[in-house]
Design a protein around this ligand. Structure first.
Ligand code: NAP
Length: 293
């Protein structure tokens, strides 16, 4: 039976650590970390994500402000808000919830966020820093996965890590981070995607297999080497025969778990870690202002 990598309890631990450091920062420098969140449009899932991020902030003493704009908002309005927040010293983190309505260019909006407040780690400057191993903001999901590996003492050095998925927010940065000469890292990394003819050929050789695809069942037991560590980033909603829906990952958990060394569940795996690392990034930003870093 595999070790269950418990994202909920790790995230709770990280929130406690952040909460203690937030209090310390406030007491020593008077700086209270602040995260501003912008939600454009009325996508219900995005609204829930933003609300949850705000609640997470409250729990640890980070001030959060949520601004909602209708989906008729113009790109210029969004850019103006971002720039106002860039210049506001009480704002340490800026998060624009994606996806944006189609008439707004996401790249232009992300590029407008000050890299020093880009706690999602999506700005090209932060992406570049991840690439060359400099301190910037690591996107929250890859950062959460690294923390899971670190806190469960999973050795990555010298191992073969296979990452399925090459998105700019998960697969690509995670692959680069796992290959960096640091810990966790120093792995030999293979990236698979829709252009990979037979992904099982690669995934079966993975000591650490990470799936960030967004398709339930893309990883079966035939894709996994016995004894591998399996990290499931995917979040998919499926409909059960009785008509109810359920959140599941990319991995067929029930058949992979018996052969894995360790595995993350969905829900309760990478998801809560992503939320926790947003708090960590916001705190880090405020600590830079408060003189700690
Ligand atoms: N747990 C969390 O906190 C968290 C955070 C972010 C995302 N997610 C979830 O993680 C999943 C991935 O998110 P994302 O934003 O990275 O998605 P994305 O931008 O859609 O990227 C998916 C990647 O998977 C690749 N892919 C798709 N089908 C494939 C297949 N059959 N075989 C091999 N590769 C395949 C795509 O290849 P191409 O590049 O060739 O198209 C693409 O690179 C989603 O389920 C998302 O909801 C979870």
């Amino acid at each position: 039976m595999a070790v269950l990598i418990d994202g909920n309890s790790l995230a709770a631990q990280i929130r406690e650590e952040v909460q203690a450091e937030v209090a310390q920062l406030r007491d020593s420098s008077g700086v209270v970390p602040g995260l501003n969140l912008l939600l454009v449009g009325d996508d219900p899932a995005s609204a829930v994500y933003v609300r949850n991020k705000g609640k997470d902030c409250e729990k640890v003493g980070i001030t959060s402000t949520i601004l909602r704009l209708p989906d008729t908002a113009t790109e210029q309005e969004v850019l103006d808000i971002v720039r106002t927040w860039n210049d506001d010293a009480s704002v340490h983190g800026i998060l624009v919830q994606l996806p944006l309505p189609k008439h707004i260019n996401e790249h232009r909006v992300i590029n407008a966020i000050s890299p020093l407040k880009d706690v999602d780690g999506f700005h090209p400057e932060n992406a570049g820093k991840v690439m060359i191993g400099l301190d910037g903001f690591i996107p929250c999901t890859p950062y959460g996965v690294l923390e899971m590996l670190r806190r469960y003492n999973i050795e990555t050095s010298g191992k073969h890590a296979v990452v399925v998925g090459r998105s700019n927010i998960v697969g690509k940065p995670l692959s680069i981070l796992l290959a960096q000469k640091r810990s966790p890292g120093n792995a030999t990394v293979t990236i698979c995607h829709t252009g990979t003819p037979n992904i099982a050929e690669y995934t079966r050789t993975a000591d650490i297999l990470i799936s960030a695809v967004g398709s339930h069942g893309v990883i079966t037991k035939d894709h996994v080497k016995p004894g591998a560590v399996v990290i499931d980033v995917g979040i998919n909603r499926i409909t059960l025969p009785d008509g109810t829906t359920k959140l599941v990952g990319d991995v067929l958990f029930d058949e992979v778990e018996p052969i894995a060394q360790a595995i993350t569940p969905v829900p309760g795996g990478v998801g809560p870690m992503t939320r926790a690392m947003l708090l960590r990034n916001t705190l880090t930003s405020a600590q830079r202002v408060g003189g700690k870093q």
